[in-house]
Design a protein around this ligand. Sequence first.
Ligand SMILES: *Cc1c(COP(=O)(O)O)cnc(C)c1O
Length: 343
Amino acid sequence: MATGTLKIDLSAVASNWRDLSAMASGKAGAVVKADAYGLGLAQVSKTLARAGAREFFVAVAEEGVALRQILGKGPRINVFSGHMAGDTKLIRDANLTPMLNSIDQMLRHVEALPGRPFGIQLDTGMNRLGMEEAEWAALRDLALAQKPTLIMSHLACADAPDHAMNARQLQVFTQMTAGLDVPRSLAATGGILLGSDYHFDTVRPGIGLYGGMPFVDARPVVTLDIPVIQIRDVAVGETVGYSNTWVARGPSRIATISAGYADGIIRAMGPNAQLHTGSSAVPVVGRISMDMIGVDVTGLAQEPEHLELIGPHQSVDTVAGFADTIGYEILTSLGARYNRVYI
Ligand SMILES: *Cc1c(COP(=O)(O)O)cnc(C)c1O
């Protein structure tokens, strides 16, 4: 078998949820958008429901429909993109709770599905989604009369605890929601770590559940092992891979491993990436191809049968650093070809 093995530790996901939930002053939901950050919506969300999560968040209604089929009746499923044209049937049939982002969405919702649950998303400075102050002021009474289930907003800089934006957004959110008898939610993983001022009634962790930064105490969730297809000797002056970008400076042993950018191993990582066999690090050489990568295994005492890209020796965030990106992007890019093993 030439496919890489992606091991996903569901007990670590459950344990991360319990830890984040214990830190929260109110309740903890769980963000499972984008196939639970690439780790498998069904397996992950069932695990979280078993661990006690009762409130889930997805990006779009279609994800909510899939999640409802997995979880059955009971848990609340909130949709960040709100109530878009074409979503009405999905929202009704799967009993989803859209987070309404604008006056248009609010009118669409109360006209199409009067009396059905909804939340409100406010923009407190990120300028991505949600109603701004003037819109909210115009709509507030109508919205409150319909009893929203949640009022939420999202922090732009929560991964940087000292950033002045955090306190600014907290202040705007507090002021926009003052005196309302509606549950509130502001914090994702980064916001939970900012402390209880940011927690309100419900927190919305995503990346922290999956072992990513900024939750430094997270239990790692993912390991990725890639099989070696072939190992060859390369003489001084010979090249490896497309465009001859790597030239052997000494006699070398080069392993060709069976994964590439089609599996989410971003091509831009090439010059910086390394893998591990046990505690020994081995560098990527030459261009990352679609399905293969060259790795310099010169000097290893034993020929490896597979090499570890993500695991005990190198975290998702370390791998993200090879391409100057974030753990979120590595997880959500993990390829469909891997053999996914749940432990
Ligand atoms: C993705 C997302 C989250 C989860 O964020 P993490 O940083 O992964 O914890 C929470 N809220 C909103 C609005 C999001 O888009």
